[in-house]
Design a protein around this ligand. Structure first.
Ligand code: GLU
Length: 490
């Protein structure tokens, strides 16, 4: 049987990193096997599904590079791929179960169900449907219909002792079927429940493997029983353990960002997020950590996904991002930085290409995330200089610093060559004349020119600013130094 997998998000919010990992594992499983990756939209919860959320899911999947072979806007022979467009199919399949007496109409109202549920709980029993409408005879049904009572359709469960499957991640999993009840398959508004729509779609879309989060494990016996009632072979299942936050509880907003798009906004590369998510549960050999998507497509195997929950460690993601940043070709790195800056309101296209490339080179290894281009490049990108008060007090509030910076400004203004080499010579020459350490002069100048202690190399900074701006900032710092001194002595 050929491999066909699906990722089946509900468009009720952004794409969560956990969902993205599920999508990735499905994608990789398909690619490795030369199979098909289907995207199916589970929007039967009409109240919570929104077009914005659907657009956000597509956008995040595309950004990650998880191209689907079949699905909305990709087409395919098993469509439609949006559940709200498949209602007639669910009704037809529900009709089959009804005719085979494996489903029956239920006229119980929500209030009646709730009252019985509370009684069961009060008696210390697990709440489950008591099968009342299963026992109705034709006359009783006709009476309910005549009274215009809305009917849901319930699955008529057969006690089969045990429902079990061999899970690709967890091994053999078994449930006693008597913990289940006659669950609803079609609501009274005609919409299918998740379990029913899922089974119908997985069958019609010829899904061979269902890879999903283990929060769905309790749905699996219901789905297998539905498959059996139809006479269909259930897919193979792989239930992937959940992702935990640093404190060992389920990853949530309390731990920080959980949407794919927020990592994009932080300047994480899709390559790094894919790599990081792949390793949240899977490993090749317990050693190797860096993989491209293309490599994962060759190497991933669902058998090597562990059954222990994985911890989402943001420092690790940032480290990985730095590694992937280094792997990018220079042109590519520059293009990503430019796109990131543009998306964050800093259009750099007015600067010559060579200048932009020099800025990225100057930031060098400090470029761990694309946002570092903003952080370490702001001195050159913005006209106004924001000075870090701590950097100022540590490096500028010292005797003689102002006049030294003023002298450096004069020397820089007079340096006709204005190259990295000449600027270095000028700066070191001045320090020697003054009898001070070149490093001291340079760190004060770095704060004067960039506003920060940690910044690219001083001479790169000067050439990026250009003579005029560099001289002006050195003089501005010298004046501020003098004013503050004055203010203190008065
Ligand atoms: N729509 C379900 C979800 O988002 C899909 C579950 C499944 O993969 O069967 O959790």
């Amino acid at each position: 049987m050929s491999v066909r997998v699906r990722f089946a998000p509900s468009p009720t919010g952004y794409l969560h990193v956990g969902g993205a990992r599920t999508a990735l594992y499905n994608y990789l499983h398909a690619r490795r096997a030369g199979g098909v990756f289907v995207l199916r939209i589970e929007d039967t919860d009409a109240e919570r599904s929104t077009p914005e959320s659907l657009a956000a899911i597509y956008d995040s999947m595309r950004w990650l590079g998880l191209a689907w072979d079949e699905g909305p806007d990709a087409g395919g022979a098993h469509g439609p791929y949006i559940q709200s467009e498949r209602r007639a199919r669910y009704r037809a399949h529900a009709g089959t179960l009804l005719a085979a007496r494996r489903a029956y109409p239920c006229y119980c109202t929500p209030a009646e169900l709730e009252a019985r549920r509370e009684q069961q709980l009060a008696r210390g029993e697990p709440p489950r449907y008591d099968g009342r409408c299963r026992a109705l005879d034709a006359a009783a049904r006709a009476a309910h219909e005549a009274a215009g009572r809305p009917a849901a359709l319930r699955f008529a469960l057969e006690d089969s002792g045990e429902v079990a499957w061999d899970d690709a991640v967890r091994g053999r999993v078994a449930f006693r079927s008597d913990v289940l009840d006659d669950f609803v398959i079609l609501r009274s508004d005609g919409l299918p429940t998740y379990n029913f729509a899922c089974v119908v779609d997985d069958h019609e879309m010829e899904i061979s493997d269902v890879i999903r989060g283990d929060d769905h494990i309790s749905n699996t016996p219901r789905q297998i029983l539905l498959d059996r009632a139809f006479g269909w072979t259930p897919p193979r299942f792989a239930h992937v353990p959940m992702i935990l936050g640093s404190d060992g509880t389920r990853l949530s907003k309390r731990h920080g960002a959980t949407s794919v798009s927020s990592y994009r906004d932080m300047g994480i590369l899709p390559e790094a997020l894919v790599n990081f998510l792949a390793l949240l549960g899977w490993s090749l050999d317990g050693q190797r950590e860096l993989f491209s998507l293309a490599e994962l497509e060759q190497l991933f195997s669902i058998d090597r996904v562990g059954s222990n929950p994985a911890i989402f460690n943001i420092e690790k993601l940032e480290w990985m991002n730095g590694q992937h940043m280094k792997r990018l070709a220079e042109d590519d790195r520059l293009a990503r930085v430019e796109a990131f800056l543009a998306a964050h309101g800093r259009d750099v296209s007015a600067h010559p290409r060579e200048w932009r490339a020099a800025l990225v080179r100057a930031i060098g290894d400090r470029l761990k995330t694309l946002a570092d281009a903003e952080r370490y490049g702001a001195f050159a990108l913005d006209d106004a200089l924001a000075v870090d008060p701590i950097a100022w007090s540590e490096l500028l509030e010292k005797p003689d610093v102002g006049p030294r910076l003023a002298s450096l400004a004069d020397r820089v203004a007079a340096d006709s060559e204005f190259s990295l080499a000449s600027l270095e010579q000028v700066t070191r020459g001045l320090a020697a004349e003054l009898g001070i350490k070149a490093g001291d002069l340079m760190s004060a100048a770095r704060v004067a020119l960039t506003g920060r202690k940690v910044a690219p190399g001083l001479f790169e900074v000067m050439t990026l600013l250009g003579r005029e701006k560099a001289v002006r900032r050195l003089r501005d710092a010298a004046s501020r130094w003098a004013e503050e001194r004055q203010a203190r002595t008065v």
